[in-house]
Design a protein. Sequence first.
Length: 305
Amino acid sequence: MKNPLRIGTRGSPLALAQTDLIVKALSKFAPNVRCEVVPIRTRGDRMQDLGVTALEGKSIFTQEIDESLMSGKIDVAVHSMKDLTTDLSGGLMIAAVQERADPRDLFVSATDTKFDRLPARARIGTSSPRRKVQLLAARGDLEVVDIHGNVGTRLRKLAQGEYDAIVLAAAGLSRLGLEKHPSEYLSTDVMLPAVGQGALAVQARVDDTETKMLVSNIDHAETHRAVDAERAFARRLGASCRTPIAAYARFEHSKLVIDGMVAHPSGKMLVKSRLVSDDPSAEKVGVELAESLLEKGAAAVLEAS
């Protein structure tokens, strides 16, 4: 067994906190293996002020880490699942998915005002097209404006009065120990999460059998299957990084339940659907939901995006 086990990750406070969760989980199964965390600065980290939608998509936060993993500079990589493209780099695989944290989004207000009590024209900060279209679908009287930077930067901008509220992933805030901020969990009926939101992915090289075996000890099969369905849904739609899509899969009474959404960036066209299935192939379920959405009008949404 490799010792130390070199774990690559972004160097942000959230990425390091998430990697620490993986290190602690691995240490329970291999207490004699020393984990060495290798922070890697990605192009997305260097250009974050421009916002993801102004750049090239999710790979800007993973490409340098993928290259380090493929070249053998690191042995595994830890990512927020929602940052991973649906088509992985050649020779890499998701070797484990840790049990999912809360996948919902948090509405964080400057004055502890609830979402449905906000006054008209209140300024809501988010850089996510997915969040923007769903916020406006629920409250078309709000003003949704861009906000960029890491979690700490966004909270600081909120405190400085630049926004009346912002929307963040609940899992990220929890992992940073920042739940004390006045906030409200947004129901998935109002705000479907991003594909993979709340889950952590551990990548390894396909040909590295030893490392894959070690990492498989921390795989949570139910979460892994759920995010496989979500990723298959997104892959079948083939949407660009600018197209608002969302999916949330989970198991209820042994059946896989998945909700999906696709919308035009303007918010004028939005299609949602739900599928309940006992098919053992999570990927087939995700594809089936995507195809049902395409039949209900998502094809026109994607063509117009």
